[in-house]
Design a protein around this ligand. Structure first.
Ligand code: SF4
Ligand code: SF4
Length: 118
């Protein structure tokens, strides 16, 4: 299994980090050199800009999260990175919790699974 995050859509909500039973995700500060430490293709790497439609959807939401914060504070903020994709058991919990609909999982047969926020 390979797991990566389309970084330009990640709100930093940390839902994936919280629900994954096998610790696939780590939250990184947006300026961290490790922010692209998964297998996201070039177009989906963090380049310092969040998609405008994702910003518009989440920037004013007051749900206790620090959306788009530069720093991860232990609860939210920063960016999620799929650092441990080989451990994924395809439970799909992250796929239904991802605010940015930006998690991509590819199984060993090449089937691709994407986030659909509940
Ligand atoms: S589908 Fe994989 S990466 Fe997502 S929560 Fe389940 S084990 Fe973790
Ligand atoms: S659930 Fe999605 S939007 Fe939230 S931190 Fe994880 S990858 Fe980013």
């Amino acid at each position: 299994m390979d797991v990566w995050v389309e970084k330009h859509k990640c709100t930093g909500c940390a839902h994936c980090h919280d629900v994954c039973p096998v610790a696939v995700f780590e939250m990184k500060d947006r300026d961290s050199p490790d922010a692209n430490n998964d297998h996201a293709p070039e177009a989906d790497k963090w380049k310092g800009t969040t998609d405008a439609d994702v910003l518009a959807k989440w920037k004013d939401v007051n749900d206790g999260h620090h959306h788009f914060a530069d720093k991860f504070d232990g609860t939210s903020g920063g960016l999620s990175v799929g650092v441990n994709g080989s451990a994924c058991i395809l439970c799909q919990a992250c796929l239904i919790e991802c605010e940015g609909e930006c998690i991509v999982i590819t199984d060993d047969a090449g089937t691709v699974y994407r986030s659909i926020y509940k």
